[in-house]
Unconditional design. Sequence first.
Length: 446
Amino acid sequence: MSSDQPVLEIRNLEKYFEGNTDIVDVLMRREPSQIQAVDGVSMTLEENESVAVIGESGCGKSTLLRTLIGLHDISAGDIVYKGTPVSEFDKADWKEYRRNVQVIFQDPFNSLNPKMTVRESLAEPLNIHGIGNKEERIRNVLEQVELQPAEKYLDRKPANLSGGEKQRVSIGRALILDPDVVLADEPVSMLDVSTQAAVLTKMKELINDFDVSMIYISHDLSTVSYIAESVKVMYLGRFVESAQTEAILRDPKHPYTEALVSAIPVPDPTYDRERTEMSGAPRDPIDIGEGCRFRDRCPEVIPPDDIDIDQRAYREIMSFREFLEREEVDLDRIEGIVERNERTALVDAIEREYFSRELTGKNESALRAALTSLADGNEDLAIDRLRERFGSVCETTPPAVEAEPEWRVACHHHTNEDHHRANDGRTVVTEGRTDANENAAHAEQP
Ligand SMILES: Nc1ncnc2c1ncn2[C@@H]1O[C@H](COP(=O)(O)OP(=O)(O)OP(=O)(O)O)[C@@H](O)[C@H]1O
């Protein structure tokens, strides 16, 4: 391996699962839906670098990790270890890779075999890889994870260790083979808060001492400053922002990152921080289509330039159109509750059912025209009418967050300039289409 080569490179990685197929799908010969768990993720991990991947439950973090260690087949893209793509690995390469890429799992209560003593747990990876000098290595690693004196712990089983001690044994187990890379999957989320900081600080110290690179996976942005120099924020299978840790915590750019940062508890109860609210929960990563993944929860979704509309009202319209596109508007039920059997009453009922914000002028008449088409049974025309007036640039694919270590934001709010200065003078790179109107026009194309 040449010294300028990253230890690990993830290139446009995709991991899709096949969704459930029901009998109707089979009869209609519909293709099974695809769960886009990881959808075009790229990053590089340099020697001795620590990168955090942060996101809510379901964003694809564990799938990314499981794909990295070969537990899932790759759907597309590749993982390159010290210059060799894993797609070209033979059996011996996999064994070598598994020795050098170690995982620390979330749950120290389950990741250690309850029947094995600490000595046996630490000896197991050495046995698998035929490495000698076991007792000395085991004692050294116990000292390094601060389980001292070693005699006190060597013959204990997990039941006789605290949560923090168990996780220290798991960390020791990962490090005892002198790996190049450690993948840490929520390593402290099951420990009590008082133990978390100590374990993370120790982990950081160890990865420096052992010259290890690390991908630290967590839902908790508040823990990353202990451990990672840079952060990638993941949402529905994609990275949406990527930057240095202290920069992203101080001045997040993507509305999703802003919401995560504003949710970090502040120790001072008198400090009233402005909160960025996200609505709802992430959707399932199925048939997501083009466009920003966060658009249905984003508090800053971008309306066309020429319309004046309240943000919440605008989002209701976007969501309604997406319901229509996914055939999730139950018109039969609404027809059932309409008292008078006439079109205007049905349009009123749909509006009452799906819209809480009042519209005025052309916005109101465009919505009513679309709902009238829907009441007439012409769903496609309703969708077209909504799209024509209310189509958003956020429905086109935002710029990709790529592998390079600069500050990158996948958001159309950051596409107006190719490069601009962050508050601290760093360069923020926001590549992609640069003209919001051009994007809006593009959004309206069939
Ligand atoms: N084996 C599988 N088969 C089908 N779908 C899956 C499978 N594994 C994960 N998924 C789906 O892929 C998406 C990403 O899941 P994943 O577990 O990777 O997210 P996560 O961010 O790690 O969440 P958590 O922190 O809750 O584990 C989810 O929608 C999940 O339901």
